[in-house]
Write a protein that binds this ligand. Structure first.
Ligand code: ATP
Ligand code: MG
Length: 364
C-alpha cells in the first residue's frame, strides 16, 4: 500500500506539482498500524488533478477534495488550503488554495496529524509530530483555544485519537476544551455521532468515556446517561443505555435500540421474552447487565420452539377441534399456545396440544 501511495505522489510530481502523504496514514505508519484511508495533500488544484488522473472524482466540490481509486484503495487528495472565517464553528466560510505545505499544515487539528511523507519516503515533520507521537500526547497545531473555537468537532476528535491510540491530552488542550465545550451545540448531531461511534467502538472505550466525563462533556453532548454506560461490544446496545434519540439513527437501528431498552427491563433468561425478542436483542441486554452470552445462547437453544412454525399443530387441527370456522380467534389461541409451550405447561406434541386447546381455550 505504501509503495502504491508513493507511486501516486510521483505521478503528481511528474506533472510538476508537489504532493505528500499526510494525516492518519503517516501517523499510523509510524505507530505500525495498518491504515486503509489515505490522504494526500498537494499544490495541484482539483482541475489539474482531474487532468492527471482520468478516473478522478470530486465528491464534495465545496471542499475541493478529489478522490481516486487505485487497486481498490481510496485516495483522497486535497489541495493546500487556508480556511478562513469560521462563522458557525462548523464549516469554513471560504477556502483559499495556497502554494505552501506549511500553511496547509497550520490549519490542521493535531501535531500528530501533520506528519508528511514525500514520494521518496522522506518524512517531513514541521510541528514536532514525531516527538508527540513518541510521548503519546495530543497537542493542537498552534493555539488550542482557537482550534476548538474554530471547529468544536475537534474536541471529540481529540478524545477519539486519545482513546484509540491510548494517548494523553496536553494540559493546554484540556483547558481549552473546558473553555470551548459549549460550542459543541453548534455541531450537527450527525458529525458528533460519527466521532462518538468511533470512541464507543474502539478497544479503549473505557478510557474514551473517562475522558468525555473528565472533561464534563455529557451536558454539552446532551447525553446525561454517559456515566451509566456499560461496556458491550454492541454499539446499538451502548446507544440503548444512552437513550439519546436526538442523534440520528436508521429506522432499523431505532427498532433495535427500542427492543434492547425493553429487554433491559425483562429477565433475559425468561423463555417467553427470549422467544419474543430473539437471541440478539436478549444477548445485548444480558451483556449490559453482565450476564454471560453463553448462558443466554444455551437457554435460547433449549427453548422448545423458536418460531410459530415449530408448534406441532396445524390450523386445520384447531378448526376441527373447536368445530368453528377459521377467524381472528386463532391468533389468540396461537399466542397462548406459544406461551404455554415455552413455559413447558404443555408438551409440543400434536395430540397433546389439540387436547390442551380443547380443555383450556374453548372460550377464546
Ligand atoms: P482516520 O482516517 O484514522 O480517522 P485521520 O487523521 O486521517 O484519521 P481524517 O478525518 O481522515 O482523519 O482527516 C485527514 C486529516 O485532515 C487529519 O489527519 C487532519 O490533518 C485533517 N483534519 C481532518 N478533520 C479536521 C478538522 N476538523 N480540523 C482540522 N484538521 C482536520
Ligand atoms: Mg484519514
Amino acid at each position: 500500500m505504501l509503495e502504491d501511495s508513493l507511486k501516486i505522489l510521483e505521478r503528481i510530481n511528474q506533472a510538476g506539482y508537489s504532493a505528500y502523504l499526510v494525516g492518519g496514514f503517516v501517523r499510523d505508519y509510524f505507530l505500525g498500524i495498518e491504515s486503509n484511508d489515505i490522504d494526500i495533500c498537494t499544490n495541484a488544484k482539483p482541475k489539474e488533478l482531474l487532468e492527471i488522473f482520468e478516473n478522478a472524482k470530486i465528491p464534495k466540490e465545496d471542499y475541493g477534495a478529489v478522490t481516486i481509486y487505485y487497486k481498490n484503495v481510496r485516495y483522497e487528495i486535497t489541495t493546500f488550503r487556508k480556511e478562513v472565517r469560521y462563522r458557525d464553528c462548523r464549516h469554513p466560510e471560504e477556502i483559499i488554495y495556497i502554494n505552501s505545505l506549511e500553511e496547509d499544515l497550520i490549519r490542521r487539528d493535531f501535531t500528530i496529524n501533520t506528519l508528511c511523507m514525500d514520494s521518496a519516503g522522506n518524512i517531513i515533520d514541521l510541528f514536532q509530530g514525531e516527538d508527540d507521537l513518541e510521548h503519546k500526547i495530543i497537542k493542537t497545531v498552534g493555539n488550542s483555544y482557537q482550534k476548538f473555537s474554530e471547529d468544536a468537532l475537534r474536541i471529540l476528535r481529540a478524545v477519539r485519537f486519545a482513546a484509540k491510540l491510548h494517548f494523553s491530552l496536553d494540559s493546554e488542550v484540556i483547558e481549552a476544551i473546558k473553555d470551548t465545550k459549549h460550542l459543541l451545540k453548534n455541531i450537527s448531531y450527525q458529525r458528533k455521532k460519527e466521532e462518538l461511534d468511533k470512541i464507543f467502538t474502539c478497544s479503549n472505550i473505557k478510557y474514551g468515556i473517562e475522558l468525555l466525563l473528565g472533561l464534563g462533556l455529557e451536558n454539552d453532548l446532551e447525553i446525561p446517561n454517559l456515566s451509566k454506560i456499560t461496556y458491550t461490544d454492541s454499539l446499538v446496545g451502548i446507544w440503548a443505555v444512552l437513550d439519546s434519540f436526538q442523534y440520528p439513527f436508521t429506522n432499523n437501528e431505532k427498532k433495535l435500540i427500542t427492543s434492547i431498552q425493553e429487554a433491559l427491563i425483562h429477565d433475559n433468561l425468561d423463555p417467553y421474552y427470549l422467544y419474543l425478542n430473539g437471541l440478539y436483542v436478549n444477548s445485548v441486554a444480558a451483556s449490559i447487565k453482565g450476564i454471560s452470552n453463553n448462558v443466554v445462547a444455551e437457554t435460547y437453544a433449549r427453548l422448545p420452539i423458536h418460531n410459530r412454525g415449530d408448534l406441532k399443530v396445524h390450523t386445520n387441527d384447531l378448526v376441527k377441534a373447536f368445530n368453528r370456522k377459521p377467524g381472528p380467534y386463532l391468533k389468540g389461541v396461537y399466542e397462548r399456545l406459544e406461551r404455554d409451550v415455552l413455559y413447558e405447561r404443555v408438551q409440543n406434541e400434536q395430540k397433546t396440544l389439540i387436547q390442551y386447546c380443547m380443555d383450556n381455550y374453548q372460550e377464546v
